[in-house]
Design a protein around this ligand. Structure first.
Ligand SMILES: Nc1nc2c(ncn2[C@@H]2O[C@H](COP(=O)(O)OP(=O)(O)OP(=O)(O)O)[C@@H](O)[C@H]2O)c(=O)[nH]1
Length: 644
């Protein structure tokens, strides 16, 4: 019984706990122990140790199993036949959680020794449980590893269709890819985030059969963000055409994007389709927020020109593998129309829907538009419709999420969606050769956001057909280029430099960055994937921006910008002498002029900016930021009179 020949302080603490209803001096072997003082809740430390030693707690390390409270307390309670193997003994005194459901006595006679319950199983039982748990953990680990996609062993690798399937299966959150229903394996319904690197998924998902690809050395990614380097980008991937083996001298092919999934999202400005894209340049998940009401609202479809094409992703609508099931397509968003509960058999292939419509001889909606009539076309084959309004927006956590008033990014995102959702006058069949400002029903509608002195070349600006308005449409491409491409960490550092008095451009330069490190290559590819910005006149876009670099960047990538639409900060849109404009106290309602009243009314009803919900950003820091954009970055917008 070595455990009681030299008990430690811990032993006594436990003992005290377990025997607090029995005076300790009746139980302890030493009669020389001092009596317990009234109110004392535990025996003195090392009661059997000479007082000279008492102040020094024993440092000796225990080399046996952890303390067994039951053993100690039972021995002290006077049982003569106690051993470490007390669990083998029968008797009520040894009941414990391991032997449940044996009933635990709730009463005991006042003369019988106190019932002690150990929470500790015998060592043999514990070891057995530990071994079982370890075996289980290893099995789970092996299963997880088996599910992971093998990494390419060399720079040139052949991807088999099986690994494509494995990848797709995994990118669909582990849903079974077995369309034949053979085998006994239960389909997994887990919708987890894919653990594989984004580029790996894309590269496997981007081809149905065998194809080769080349891993290029990691370089600065085209989005120019240091963020992806921190995330451990696996390097830039260039794709070869199927059947072409990538060799060392091969030049990388162009950037590729793939829409991995889309879903409908109701917003204060209307319902949108959120598209998530992967690409071959970086590991970021860029987004496209598509506003295209004809896909979801029969009234909007009825009001739209009959040949208006839906804004759909080509890469999403493609079949990703032979035998892909409707359910798989629906889950990744490649369906037509609106999903309804129980509608798992939703039409999912636009092309099939189109031919079905033709077979029926119907003039009905298909996946890509409406089989229309001649009167929608002019002699050049162009369709008379408004061109989609497009904003290429760069991520700004501070402005969009916490309502920072250092910049107008949150407001711009909100305003872009609002402008895209507005109905527009239908252009006339004969575009004029001079700039024409449309009549708008609201003073804050589109025309008011376009600085008249900055209107683009008028060749694309059509006159409106009086009285006819058509539903708005367009897209916000949301690029993960936080901080103009320098990443959030560096932007936070830049803000501290700005608090020291430097402007947004100088702060970037002081940190060793360019004033603007963004690229629009991926944005251009996403637009193309959505069927926008192509060279035919019906494919052009109206671009919402004041930034000349954005216009140039997209044009360089081959995007046809038919018109630039300016974005006037909400705070600059009010008259410069307005108290609203000066972001100070609002005047009494009686002192407000009509425009101010209308503005306030609109502001109260409109959607907010970021989670703060303010309708507008303002303040001296925003003012400085906006002026810097105009004065140092060449933004094409006029500083309001009286401010310069
Ligand atoms: N480095 C840095 N980035 C900022 C700062 N303020 C906003 N940003 C980032 O700037 C980007 C938005 O750029 P803006 O210049 O506001 O607008 P723009 O997109 O260039 O131009 P518009 O299309 O006319 O709106 C987002 O990525 C923001 O995170 C800042 O002070 N420093």
């Amino acid at each position: 019984m070595s455990a009681i020949s030299m008990p430690s302080q811990g032993d006594f603490d436990v003992l005290s706990l377990l025997t607090s209803d029995v005076p300790y001096h009746h139980r302890l072997p030493s009669s020389s122990s001092p009596p317990r003082r009234s109110g004392e809740s535990s025996p003195p430390l090392h009661a059997h140790v000479p007082s000279s030693e008492r102040s020094k707690p024993k440092q000796k390390q225990r080399d046996d199993n952890p303390i067994d409270a039951l053993l100690i307390s039972a021995v002290i309670a006077g049982s003569g036949s106690m051993s470490r193997h007390h669990f083998s003994h029968a008797g009520n005194a040894y009941q414990n959680c391991d032997t449940l459901p044996r009933p635990i006595p709730t009463t005991q006679s006042s003369t019988s020794p106190p019932v002690m319950r150990s929470m500790q199983a015998p060592r043999s039982v514990r070891l057995k449980l530990e071994r079982e748990a370890e075996a289980k953990r290893k099995a789970v680990e092996a299963e997880t590893q088996a599910k992971q996609i093998p990494k390419p062993a060399s720079t040139t690798t052949t991807v088999s269709s099986q690994s494509v399937e494995a990848s797709l299966s995994s990118s669909l959150g582990g849903m079974s890819m077995d369309s034949g229903g053979g085998g006994t394996r239960k389909p997994k319904r887990k919708m987890s985030i894919d653990p594989s690197p984004v580029a790996q998924i894309l590269q496997n998902a981007s081809s149905v059969g065998k194809h080769t690809f080349q891993t290029l050395p990691a370089t600065t990614n085209a989005m120019g963000s240091s963020g992806s380097a921190l995330l451990g980008s696996p390097g830039n991937l260039a794709y070869a055409q199927p059947g072409v083996t990538a060799g060392p001298s091969r030049q990388p092919t162009s950037v590729q994007v793939r829409c991995m999934a889309r879903t409908r999202v109701p917003t204060p400005h209307g319902e949108v389709f959120l598209h998530l894209y992967h690409n071959s340049v970086d590991t970021k998940e860029h987004l496209a927020i598509v506003f295209d009401p004809i896909q979801l609202d029969p009234d909007a479809r009825a009001m739209a020109p009959r040949r208006r094409r839906e804004i759909r992703s080509t890469s999403l609508d493609q079949s990703w593998r032979e035998g892909e099931t409707d359910m798989e397509r629906v889950v990744r968003g490649a369906y037509v129309g609106r999903l309804v509960p129980g509608g798992e058999d939703q039409a999912s292939t636009p092309v099939a829907a189109k031919s079905a419509a033709k077979v029926d001889g119907g003039d009905v909606l298909d996946g890509l538009g409406v089989v229309g009539e001649e009167d929608d076309e002019d002699s050049t084959g162009d369709i008379h419709d408004i061109l989609p309004l497009v904003r290429i927006h760069s991520e700004c956590f501070t402005g969009e999420t916490i309502g920072s008033m250092r910049c107008d990014c949150g407001e711009q995102l909100d305003e872009a969606l609002r402008l895209i959702s507005l109905s527009n006058p239908l252009p006339s069949t004969h575009p004029p050769h001079t700039t024409h400002r449309h009549h708008h029903h609201h003073p804050l509608d589109l025309a008011d956001s376009i600085p008249s002195t900055r209107l683009p070349s008028p060749s694309s600006t059509a006159a409106s057909t009086p009285g006819i308005r058509v539903p708005g449409r367009g897209v916000v491409i949301y690029l993960r280029q936080e901080g103009r491409g320098i990443g959030l960490l560096e932007k936070i550092r830049a803000y501290n430099l700005q608090d020291l008095g430097h402007d947004t451009v100088t702060a970037n330069l002081m940190l060793g960055h360019g004033a603007d490190e963004r690229s629009y290559t991926v944005a251009a590819e996403i637009l193309r994937d959505l069927g926008l910005g192509g060279q035919s006149s019906s494919q052009g876009i109206r671009l919402l921006t004041n930034n000349p670099e954005k216009v140039e960047g997209l044009a360089k990538e081959g995007v046809r910008i038919a018109e630039r639409v300016g974005m006037v900060p909400r705070d600059w849109r009010c008259p410069s002498n307005s108290p609203v404009r000066r972001y100070r106290q609002l005047p009494l309602e009686s002192e407000q002029d009509d425009q101010e009243k209308e503005y306030e009314d609109w502001r109260a009803r409109r959607a907010g900016v970021g989670m703060i919900g303010a309708g507008r950003t303002y303040g001296p820091e925003l003012e400085k930021y906006l002026r810097t954009k105009v004065e140092r970055m060449g933004h094409m917008i006029d500083i309001p009179p009286g401010d310069s």
